[in-house]
Design a protein around this ligand. Sequence first.
Ligand code: ZN
Length: 287
Amino acid sequence: MLVSAKEMLEKARDGKYAVAQININNLEWTKAAILTAQELNSPIILGVSEGAGKYMCGYKTVVAMTSAIVENFNVTVPVALHLDHGSYEGAKACIEAGFSSVMFDGSHYKIAENVEKTTELVGICNSKGLSIEAEVGSIGGEEDGVVGAGECADPDECKQIADLGVTMLAAGIGNIHGVYPANWAGLSFETLEAVKAKVGNMPLVLHGGTGIPEDMIKRAISLGVAKINVNTECQLSFATATRKYIEDSGDLKGKGFDPRKLLNPGFEAIKATVKEKLTLFGSVGKA
Ligand SMILES: [Zn+2]
């Protein structure tokens, strides 16, 4: 069964660790993330962007596949299925399809419109027992065409959105999606502290978790970050392992062309990356 992310995030906030959101792209990704969480007795959030949802043949397919994997392996750790950077329409479609959590990214709207749409979606999610994430201050880099400039969120706007009753809040603190450029200035802990002071107990979300130095991750968790999104890093480790298999002519040896063999090194590489993240974020053994 898929669960809301509310309880796992509140436990993470209180226990000073973070739950990983691992974005998924296909069966191998989903299986790798779920099995690693189960092996390490850790809660996990599976992130699905609108583009990834389309790629996986629609939200209903994603819900069916994910729930069935959980059932097939008798998974006992909490697994949430979460729409990542959802549009207003996308959030509604995922709620309809059976997602247990959604993010409504209204950061590109004026604050009044962000408030209005977030309020409506909070009402729907609350009535169905689903968790909902909102975003204030556009997060830099590119995620399915939503491009931002690497902003720092306005703490007052964060409070305004947090007070609408969202489960978790993503605030831009200088973080960027994708691979960080060499001249990246680092996270703004000043902004994070200011946001935390305004929003109190609200679990905070750090997007763009790929390549943020470990000490910054730990400091962010100590300052109230309870969920960290990881997407690009799994893609890179999958691609590197798959490249190596092909370059080593793995596909030309025996039945190495069998997709179950061809995709296995990438699958194992995703598992290793997820394990590394769950360990770094401190959620191992916390299910
Ligand atoms: Zn993001």
